[in-house]
Design a binder for this molecule. Structure first.
Ligand code: GLP
Length: 265
């Protein structure tokens, strides 16, 4: 795992989008894993700008979202499919048939989860998986105690997660209690993981995920097992990290990051 610290949330989101754009330019048929939430809302406008003004081409790209609420129709205002349409799919030249989000209204949810896992495999697996982190330490909706080898399945949300996401619903009573989520095991099979973490509210959980023990109580800590995982964070989220100086050194000196240093915001 490597940790890259940027000065604020805008710089962190900008760098995240640049890493995605670089992967897409290298491999036009990229299988891209996508995430939702407030943190990611700063990444998608950068990708849209790269498409509109810098020739970034999504036409051959295939996407798989991490998760979707159970019980909300795909075209419902608060579905993650709607979030993706609003923030990315409707604004770039992606073929909507190449975009995949689990169906939270599927009659047979177990079958839907298996279908989703199989489809990912049929596409050759995920090349680059974008991730955020919930305050309970979750990636996707892999709440505490999710098995580190879990596959796509339905998970009950914790009260903390419901509390965190409820403000995004006009009617708080509509906040679902369950979601379909890729499993921790599924996420770990991606060829590369890219986790974006911003804001002081995430400082404590980021420290646990990156520098704490690997535990199903903080499913993001499982990313320590991944052979190619990059965490991009801002100064506020990095506040409690012991290894800050070392992480800064990596960004300043490692050749891999040279192409991004000059354009960093
Ligand atoms: C949500 C999503 C995650 C997201 C996380 C953080 O519940 N399931 O994919 O990364 O929580 O969300 P936010 O960026 O709004 O803090």
């Amino acid at each position: 795992m490597e940790v890259i610290i940027q000065k604020d949330e805008h710089a962190a989101a900008y760098l995240t989008a640049q890493v995605i754009a670089s992967a897409l330019r290298k491999k036009p048929h990229l299988v891209l894993g996508l995430a939702t939430g407030r943190t990611m809302a700063l990444v998608y406008p950068v990708l849209v700008d790269l498409y509109k003004n810098h020739g970034l081409d999504f036409s051959l790209c295939r996407t798989f979202n991490l998760d979707e609420y159970v019980g909300i129709p795909s075209d419902g205002k608060n579905s993650y499919r709607s979030y993706m349409k609003k923030n990315l799919f409707n604004k770039v030249n992606i073929d909507i048939r190449n975009t995949h989000v689990p169906h939270g209204m599927a009659e047979d949810l177990e079958e839907e989860c298996n279908r989703y896992d199989n489809l990912t495999q049929e596409c050759g697996g995920i090349d680059l998986q974008l991730l955020g982190i919930g305050r309970a330490g979750h990636i996707g909706f892999n709440e505490p105690l999710s098995a580190l080898k879990s596959r796509t399945r339905v998970k009950a949300l914790t009260p903390e997660t419901m509390e965190q996401n409820r403000p995004l619903f006009d009617n708080p009573d509509e906040m679902p209690r369950r979601a379909i989520t890729m499993g921790v095991g599924t996420i770990l099979e991606s060829k590369r993981c890219l986790m974006l973490v911003t804001g002081f509210k995430k400082a404590e959980i980021l420290k646990k995920a990156v520098e704490g023990p690997i535990t199903s109580m903080v499913t993001a800590s499982a990313l320590q097992l991944h052979p190619h995982c990059t965490v991009i964070c801002d100064e506020e989220a990095a506040e409690l990290l012991d290894g800050k100086n070392h992480y800064r050194w990596i960004f300043e000196n490692e050749p891999e990051w040279a192409q991004y240093r000059n354009s960093a915001k």
